[in-house]
Design a protein around this ligand. Structure first.
Ligand code: ADP
Ligand code: MG
Length: 724
């Protein structure tokens, strides 16, 4: 028996690998934001007035004078070419989870053969990529492909260093020539401003006199897997679909719980340091890193920043993570479920809102009056998650995240809110009328002293909740590891804007009727609790009891697949939500439904083709080869045949047969194209195609445990996960 598979080759090559050499680490003070054109650099480079306008634009989103843009463009160019940069690019964030860029040279030629570098305010402000190849739903005809990128001054420009040179990157929005949002940044900026407007109303009703701009913050914890490049190269499924479509469970997986927070393997440590230095140069505040639950799985979390900048940094981080991993001989997997049977990867989106005058509005703080603001904003979130749970489910829906949600190691596909015992108790008391305001006017003494001692890090953290309060922020834990954080942030900001508008109206009625503030707030909170308290759940979110209770008693929705989840984007209440807050017009929202459903169908299509291909061209030949080798040996020892190889031959033959029969069914199913609607097509992918892919896999994985090891063509789980 002899095998000469790509897999065997990969194992041999890994042992010959030379370790990646990194340069000497440099002090943080030297590298921090060295490649970012931030306010500090602008202050040095700009006139006092220009700097002031820029600072104002960055901090409040105020518009910039074209003349200032010219000055900023000139300074930005000088700074960049001083660092050897010759090209610039608007970077933008199409409706997919990736980023897009179009590079242009600073060069302008002059008569007589000279060349100079040129960069004006108008070049900075507006770009025009040939946008026809970006997904747009039905927002643009292909023959009216014009799309514009426009500079977002609130997210700093930076230099992207690659082996092929350096480019000045300018974070931008992307829109159609009729002004519709074709990207993920425009809705995020709009949602932030809708939330600000609504928060201003509530805060002024609360008697606040000085109220600065309210905005959202985000800190995202990112999980990922690293496997050796040699293995990835021998697994087309990992390269093209990001996950293993085949693979028998290893003898050792994560059952020993010995990976979580364990010592980081040396080779990974070197990668992390190199990766984090790159982030620091780009002004991305990498803060924590550790091993995750599954072998080969890790996490990185940067410190939180304003939602818009955090979203740009998140995208940049995913790009840098993958390119740096490659240098270190790793393949970085951001897929939500690269390995069946092992924990998947998520992205916990920590989200809070606040401003410089009132501080973090989701922080209970140390004084009763802070508590009052806090209780109202927290109530607004509770209402939002209850009313728009299906929307929150829709914005985290993807073919890949479907494998993770509800899989007993990640939050269920039911949206509920975890508050912690203490806070849940306070809200329930309000609901039951047990908390009353003091009538004698001790102003704002809500009798809420019980939450003064609120613990910032409640000991009873609930890992099973998709949406948990964690002391001074909410943590949306059901977001997928490969997703942009923008969708979730847009949904959270927008639902909050809606709740705050509702609260402002209610509170105004109470106050106009002569109620004191504390009583008014209490009665609004009481109403929120009686209408929406059902969404609060502190128990085990993984348990079957919860799945039953949530749906049958609480009226919450369990939405397991993207095919069902995306339909929320077409619900009347969601269309109204986005329209009324000005975040997305109905046409813009519909285009998102179209793009996301198409992506879902395409991803499953690619996977199905890969399953057919790998089963037919790799697994079947390996099985047949083993079968013939076995038959040869056994026939030559005819009388021993039954004893020695009979059972194996039989299993081998029947599993091979069954696998190929399933492949045939899958191929036929895949050929169907006549669907009435995207919904029908999605449903078909979710129910029929996926089930057939699983059927092929079941037989293929059985074969993996039968076929001689040296003939098996695809790197096995234990190799990918444990050989570092
Ligand atoms: P854990 O794993 O315990 O949840 P981590 O320290 O890994 O905590 O990550 C917490 C994340 O939450 C970090 O990105 C942190 O910056 C972020 N965060 C902390 N406070 C806030 C806040 N007020 N608003 C938004 N994000 C926050
Ligand atoms: Mg967390």
């Amino acid at each position: 028996m002899s095998g000469n598979t790509a897999r065997i080759q990969a194992i041999q090559d890994i042992s010959k690998r030379t370790p990646y050499q990194t340069s000497m680490p440099e002090p943080l003070s030297k590298i921090w934001a060295s490649d970012v054109f931030n306010l500090v650099k602008m202050e040095e480079a700009l006139s006092k007035n220009a700097y002031k306008s820029m600072k104002n634009a960055v901090e409040t989103g105020a518009p910039l004078e074209p003349a200032v843009a010219d000055v900023v463009a000139a300074a930005m160019k000088e700074w960049a070419i001083g660092k050897g940069v010759k090209f610039f690019s608007h970077i933008f964030y199409p409706m997919t989870n990736v980023t897009a860029e179009k590079h242009d040279g600073f060069i302008a030629t002059k008569p007589g053969g000279n060349a100079i570098s040129e960069f004006t305010g108008s070049l900075l402000i507006k770009g025009e990529p040939d946008g026809s190849s970006f997904p747009n739903g039905s927002l643009r005809m292909t023959n009216a492909a014009r799309g514009y990128t426009a500079w977002d001054p609130t997210s700093p420009a930076y230099i992207m260093q690659t082996d092929n040179g350096a480019t000045l990157m300018i974070p931008s929005v992307f829109m159609s020539w009729t002004g519709e949002a074709l990207d993920k940044k425009i809705p995020l900026l709009r949602s932030n401003s809708a939330m600000n407007k609504a928060a201003q109303k509530v805060l002024s009703l609360m008697g606040e006199t000085e109220i600065s701009n309210v905005s959202s913050s985000c800190g995202a914890e990112q999980e990922y897997f690293l496997i050796d490049t040699h293995f990835a190269n021998a697994r087309p499924d990992l390269l093209l679909a990001g996950r293993t479509l085949f693979g028998a469970a290893p003898a050792k997986g994560q059952q020993f719980d010995d990976h979580y927070f364990g010592a980081i393997p040396a080779r990974v440590q070197v990668f992390m340091q190199d990766f984090e230095d790159k982030l620091y140069k780009l002004g991305i505040p990498a803060k924590t890193h550790h091993n995750e639950v599954a072998p080969g799985q890790f996490e990185i979390a940067p410190y939180f920043e304003s939602a818009n900048v955090a979203a740009d940094h998140q995208q940049l981080m995913m790009t840098i993570m993958q390119s740096t991993a490659k240098k270190h001989g790793f393949h970085c997997l951001l897929h939500e479920k690269p390995f069946a049977g092992l924990n998947g990867s998520g992205k916990h989106v920590n989200w809070s809102i606040g401003n410089t005058t009132q501080g973090n509005l989701l922080d209970p703080g140390n004084t009763p009056d802070k508590n009052l603001n806090f209780m109202l904003f927290c109530g607004a979130v509770i209402r939002g998650v209850h009313l728009y749970g299906p929307l929150l489910r829709a914005v985290i829906a993807s073919a890949s995240n479907d494998h993770r949600l509800g899989a007993n190691e990640a939050p269920p596909a039911i949206l509920s809110v975890y508050l912690g015992d203490q806070l849940e108790g306070v809200f329930n008391d309000i609901k039951d009328g047990k908390v009353t305001a003091s009538i004698d006017g001790g102003d704002m003494d809500l009798g809420l002293s019980q939450i003064l001692s609120f613990k910032r890090d409640p000991g009873d953290r609930n890992r099973t909740s998709p949406f948990a309060f964690t002391g001074n922020r909410f943590e949306f834990r059901a977001v997928g590891s490969s997703q942009s954080v923008s969708g979730p942030l847009v949904a959270m900001n927008t639902m909050l804007a809606d709740s705050l508008n509702w609260i402002a109206d209610k509170l105004k009625v109470e106050l106009d009727a002569g109620k004191n503030l504390a009583d008014g707030v209490l009665s609004v909170l009481k109403e929120i609790m009686s209408l929406h308290g059902n969404v609060i759940f502190g128990g085990d979110g993984y348990s079957p009891e919860w799945h039953k209770m949530a749906v049958e008693e609480r009226g919450l929705k369990n939405i397991p697949t993207t095919a069902d989840a995306l339909l929320a984007l077409r619900e009347e209440s969601v269309i109204d939500l986005f329209k009324n807050t000005g975040v997305l017009s109905p046409v813009e929202l519909e285009s998102r439904f179209e793009v996301y459903s198409e992506q879902y169908i395409l991803s499953i299509g690619v996977e199905a083709d890969l399953v057919v291909d790998l089963a037919t061209t790799r697994i079947y030949p390996a099985s047949m080869k083993y079968l013939s080798e076995l038959s040869e040996t056994t026939t030559s020892m005819a009388d021993l045949k039954i004893k020695l190889g009979g059972a194996i031959i039989e299993a081998l033959a029947s599993e091979t047969d069954n696998m190929m029969a399933a492949v045939k069914k899958l191929k036929e199913a895949k050929a169907k194209h006549d669907f009435d609607s995207a919904e029908a097509h999605m449903k078909y992918c979710a129910d029929t195609i996926r089930a057939l892919m699983d059927e092929v896999r079941t037989h293929a994985d059985m074969l993996e445990s039968i076929v001689a090891d040296d003939l098996w063509p695809l790197p096995k789980y234990q190799e990918m996960l444990f050989i570092k």
